[in-house]
Ligand binder design. Structure first.
Ligand SMILES: Nc1ncnc2c1ncn2[C@@H]1O[C@H](COP(=O)(O)OP(=O)(O)OP(=O)(O)O)[C@@H](O)[C@H]1O
Length: 730
């Protein structure tokens, strides 16, 4: 008897999922297609959800309750297809077109539910340890007037930036920085750290007795990890400088022609904002950059900048500055200053003050190496690695078998964007190739002709599905355009890599979805921090495979609380969209669809993805490359997360489904036994020697200076491995 027969589960009590109202579903059937079989992929440590009254056949019918009928009646392995009223027998879905454009005119597609909902690993119960989250107060009641700033600067803050009261981090940082102290500044995402350093820089430079001249060159250097962040910081500084026209800001961010950057450097930039790689390129290749007058060195997202690949750049920059200018004020900032910052603080800070909003007692002078170590304990609790999360951010997690990941993501996007107004989503993936793949897949399927709005459905609902993508392999011009477009838009879905995780201040983002789990709790914090900024509301959803459920406890150990949303509830949204109606269900009203029909609708959607991918050999190869990229990224999880994210626990055939592939690619999965073991062993061995290198490569591609040679750029573009536009549009 299959494990999913007639099982009922209590839905978690803390189930709070804005936008969905399924209160009548007090109990929900056992997870779709859980199986009892040997050799199931590694189970998570959590206990499996308990079956209640499993073997007695159908559950007792309850009012307002959805339950799966017993397997004998409902285990729909294959549904007979009827063409013009004649049964045709069992036919594979591969031979059938995707979703018809218009119900009534075209035969409803044949549906095979067995492959998608069968043989999935058990979804474990999440034993969530409730932790007390670290909280920070965002605003103070104090105004900027109290800081003794130049009156024109105050009026610019009030009238141009339209801000009146200081945030907590600004209130704590600005006076210390104006006193000339080096500082480590930590406060939660979206709490106003940019102004916490920009205001003192502008105040001090405008007050210099000998008026700054453009030709003096840089007085302040601001290092940020990404080009978009450079653009954003530049914009803020430019606004603050409105009354002080003699101070010239400028940025180096790659993507722009080196020649024109050189020309701007030659003319003079007084406040220089740059990514580390780009600045190093200029230090090495141009004679137009000097640091003899540097007074400020600001390193925003300091912990990120320290990550693999950047440390060398920072050393080059620090050496270049120190060789020309002995005395300057240094500031490191991030929402997640951890022990990783120790080395950087040691080499760059002198007698720093550590500023933490969540623990005012830490706002004390600290010395030397100790400063750095104490900086890693800047949190409110005694725990070293606890991060504050904005109070109005609701964090969720859902456990989804690999096979169902793609349809679950699609259903989630449809649910938010088709049926609700003004929803702005950011979906994080683990590599550029994945972003490219899913971006084109969604464009061509969810917005393509095969999924044209069903009759009766408002066209505006479909037009709310506006997909954009952002990753490090895109040309800078396009990156900037996307960033600005998403920034200004009221709704839409941005598919991206971690290039968008740090520091970006995109207004009114309502949901953060993490399709691939982040590589560290710090990255988790930064990703979700793109919503619920500066006291606003926001939500996040982390999608995990059952074998990754332990990650919830890993987050809890960093004082991060997530509440569970059941996958079934996300898929339920398909009930509202008749494009996914299976033929079997005829004209049945959408509102009363049961779990079996939801399964079938999910299968219709999955079939549309698979049909699209399998329409040409080129697309299949493109999907395989995306799958390979996923596996490569999966192999780079750090050691302390390997027990949760290990390539060995991936069922390649199942993962392949989430790429619209019907089977696991041969070269990635050996079928069984020794062959498979030895392949995995080789993969593991190779991985050990390569993973560091690979991670560096991944980070490099995300945060490159943009100064690669022509050849390198071509290589980058090919890395997408996507088919030509022609094929994609066909
Ligand atoms: N005093 C203030 N009053 C109102 N809004 C403010 C104030 N200070 C900053 N903001 C706004 O808050 C938003 C977030 O600020 P900012 O981007 O500096 O946050 P952050 O702490 O650097 O976040 P992250 O850690 O994600 O980089 C911005 O839109 C900014 O304009």
């Amino acid at each position: 008897m299959a494990a999913d027969e007639g099982l009922l589960l209590n839905i978690s009590e803390d189930w709070t999922f804005p936008g969905f109202h399924y209160s009548e579903h007090k109990k929900f059937p056992r997870s779709f297609g859980a199986e009892e079989r040997r050799g199931t992929p590694k189970q998570a440590k959590g206990t499996k959800r308990k079956f209640q009254g499993a073997i007695q056949g159908p559950p007792p019918k309850q009012k307002h309750e959805i339950s799966l009928p017993p397997a004998k009646k409902t285990n729909v392995k294959e549904v007979e297809r009827t063409v013009k009223g004649k049964p045709e027998g069992l036919i594979s879905p591969k031979k059938h077109p995707a979703v018809p454009a218009n119900e009534g005119q075209v035969e409803r597609p044949f549906i095979k539910t067995s492959s998608l909902f069968k043989n999935n690993p058990e979804i474990p119960e999440i034993h969530r340890a409730m932790v007390k989250q670290v909280r920070e107060k965002v605003f103070t009641s104090d105004s900027f007037h109290e800081l003794g700033l130049h009156p024109h600067l105050i009026s610019t803050i009030n009238t141009v930036l339209k801000m009146s009261s200081m945030t907590s981090v600004q209130k704590q940082s600005i006076p210390s920085l104006l006193e000339g102290r080096d500082a480590l500044v930590r406060s939660q995402t979206g709490s106003g750290k940019t102004l916490a350093y920009c205001i003192p820089v502008v105040q001090s430079l405008q007050a210099m007795k000998a008026r700054i001249k453009r030709s003096d060159g840089p007085y302040a250097l601001v290092l940020v990890p990404t080009r978009e962040l450079a653009l954003q910081s530049f914009d803020t500084i430019q606004k603050l400088l409105k009354p002080f026209t003699w101070i010239v800001p400028g940025m180096l961010m790659g993507g722009e022609k080196r020649k024109s950057e050189k020309a701007r450097l030659r003319k003079g930039i007084n406040i220089l904002i740059s990514t580390p790689g780009r600045l190093v390129d200029h230090i090495k290749s141009t004679k137009n950059i000097h640091f003899s007058r540097i007074q400020w060195l600001i390193i925003d997202e300091a912990d990120r900048i320290l990550d693999l690949g950047f440390e060398k750049d920072i050393t080059v920059i620090l050496n270049a500055i120190n060789s020309e200018c002995k005395k300057h004020q240094n500031v490191l900032l991030s929402a997640t200053l951890t022990e990783g910052v120790t080395r950087l603080a040691d080499i760059s800070l002198h007698n720093p003050v550590s500023i933490s909003v969540s623990d005012e007692a830490c706002d004390q002078p600290v010395k030397g190496c100790k400063a750095a170590r104490e900086a890693s304990h800047l949190q409110a609790s005694a725990e070293p690695d606890s991060f504050a999360v904005p109070e109005k951010l609701q964090q969720h997690v859902t456990l989804v078998p690999s096979k169902l990941k793609l349809v679950t993501l699609a259903a989630f996007i449809l649910g938010r964007c088709e049926f609700e107004k003004n929803q702005k989503l950011i979906v994080f993936f683990s590599s550029c190739e994945l972003v490219e793949f899913y971006y084109h897949l969604f464009l061509q399927t969810l917005l393509g002709s095969s999924m044209a709005p069903a009759s009766g459905q408002s066209p505006s609902a479909s037009s709310r599905l506006k997909f954009l993508r952002l990753h490090g392999n895109m040309e800078q011009e396009e990156r900037t355009a996307v960033f600005q477009k998403f920034s200004q838009s009221k709704s839409g879905i941005l598919l991206c890599t971690d290039v968008a995780a740090r520091g970006l201040d995109l207004p009114q983002v309502t949901w953060i979805v993490q399709y691939n789990a982040p590589s560290s709790p710090a990255e988790y914090i930064h990703r979700i921090g793109r919503t619920a900024r500066i006291g606003c509301h926001g939500s996040s959803l982390l999608i995990l495979a059952p074998s990754e459920a332990e990650y919830v406890n890993s987050l809890a150990s960093h004082k991060i609380n997530v509440s569970e949303i059941k996958m079934e509830d996300i898929l339920s949204i398909l009930a509202m969209d008749d494009r996914f109606k299976g033929r079997r269900w005829g004209n049945k009203k959408s509102r009363s669809v049961g779990p079996q029909e939801i399964r079938e609708r999910a299968t219709v959607l999955q079939t549309a993805f698979e049909d699209y991918v399998h329409a040409s050999a080129e697309r299949v190869s493109w999907a395989k490359k995306a799958l390979q990229s996923f596996i490569r990224a999966y192999a780079t999880y750090p050691k302390d997360l390997k027990h949760i994210f290990h390539v060995r626990s991936l069922h390649l055939g199942h993962v392949a489904k989430s790429f619209g592939l019907r089977d696991a690619p041969q070269n990635l999965s050996a079928s069984s036994g020794n062959k498979r073991k030895s392949k995995l062993k080789r993969l593991d061995l190779h991985k050990k020697t390569q993973s560091k290198h690979r991670l560096a490569e991944i980070l490099r591609s995300e945060y490159s200076s943009g100064m690669e040679t022509g050849d390198a750029k071509v290589k980058k573009q090919n890395k997408h491995g996507k088919p030509s536009n022609h094929t994609l549009q066909s």
